[in-house]
Design a protein around this ligand. Structure first.
Ligand code: PBG
Length: 328
């Protein structure tokens, strides 16, 4: 036999030499939840995750940062009393997110602070955009009106010191509108990480439980993408690139590796992927049942996401991975 592929697998040393993909703490964005309270409260729907107080958030981000995780993205749980049909709280300069940004940046100026731009945590309807009830009773998610609010939201995050704003709403034209609004407000250096191919996914269930942000009526299928489609993801990526996105995202990650690979071919922009709450929870639950080895499955799932073509990953396991690396 001339070809014996097993020769390249015969020792750990050789396997290390020929390994094509590696994970590094620096590849991760750590998603963190924050709420308006002095207490840090464990999230029932996402074991191992916490709704942090601003102080707790700073501490958790600092620990991850010290382990080599360069970036966090903040998700707010907003009190019901502050939710309105116009999502006015989403651009309150003294709101929870701006205060969290300021606290993070003053404690860790070099930490990359990313914010989610979408209306669902602030909207009494629980949708990512503004909702209009049509004559026939159907809900319409208003595109252009929503984009105007998103621009105010993004600027309020930039004013507070966000390094990157990350629109997760899937409205058309929002990347260009955000770019123009940020530039006009004097923030040409604030980046846009666009949720480019965000699918209408059942994997977001635990996240919506974590934030009490599930839609009150209807679903998100008129703005998030149909999971049966991939050419549409390429179309969205080319649009986002043309509209000025600095980085793009595929979400969820594990069931969408083909989309990551396709976008890798379609654009030169950095690509991220979001290992979402349902993916996290399935691993956590299986590990808690003793059915899989948590660390091994986490590393395999994340390596698969990178191997598919993602440059960096949003994952609730970010801090664990960084810690495992430190431990060797
Ligand atoms: C909403 C948003 C969602 C997630 C991130 N931003 C939920 C949704 O679109 O319904 C999901 C993240 C996760 O499931 O981990 N703008």
């Amino acid at each position: 036999m001339l070809q014996r592929p097993r020769r390249n697998r015969k020792s750990a040393a050789i396997r290390n030499l020929v390994r094509e993909t590696s994970l590094d703490a620096g590849d991760f964005i750590y998603p963190l939840f924050v709420h308006e309270s002095d207490e840090d409260v464990a999230i029932e729907s996402m074991p191992g995750c916490t709704r942090w107080s601003v102080e707790g958030l700073v501490k958790e981000a600092g620990e991850a940062y010290a382990l080599g995780v360069p970036a966090v993205v903040i998700f707010p749980a907003v009190a019901d009393a502050l939710k309105t049909s116009q999502a006015d709280e989403s651009y309150n300069a003294n709101g929870l997110v701006p205060r969290a940004i300021k606290a993070l940046k003053s404690a860790y100026p070099e930490l990359c602070v990313i914010t989610d731009v979408a209306l669902d945590p602030y909207n009494s309807d629980g949708h990512d955009g503004l909702v209009k009830q049509r004559e026939d009773g159907e809900l319409e998610i208003l595109n252009d009106e929503t984009v105007e609010v998103l621009c105010k939201q993004a600027v309020s995050h930039a004013v507070a010191g966000a390094d990157i704003v990350s629109p997760s709403d899937m409205m058309d034209g929002r990347v260009e509108a955000l770019r123009c609004a940020l530039d006009a407000a004097g923030f040409p250096d604030v980046s846009i990480l666009s949720y480019t191919a965000k699918y209408a996914s059942a994997y977001y269930g635990p996240f919506r439980g974590a934030l009490d942000s599930a839609p009150k009526a209807g679903d998100k299928k008129t703005y998030q993408m149909d999971y049966a489609n991939s050419r549409e993801a390429v179309r969205e990526a080319l649009l986002d690139e043309a509209e000025g996105a600095d980085m793009i995202m595929v979400k969820p990650a594990g069931a969408y590796l083909d989309i990551i690979a396709q976008l890798r071919e379609a654009t030169t922009l950095p690509i991220s992927a979001y290992q979402v709450s349902g993916e996290y929870l399935m691993i956590k639950a299986a590990a808690a049942g003793g059915w899989v080895d948590e660390k091994a499955v986490v590393l395999e799932s994340l390596t698969g996401i990178k191997r598919a073509g993602a440059d960096f990953i949003l994952s609730y396991f970010a801090k664990d991975v960084a810690r495992w690396q430190k431990e060797g």
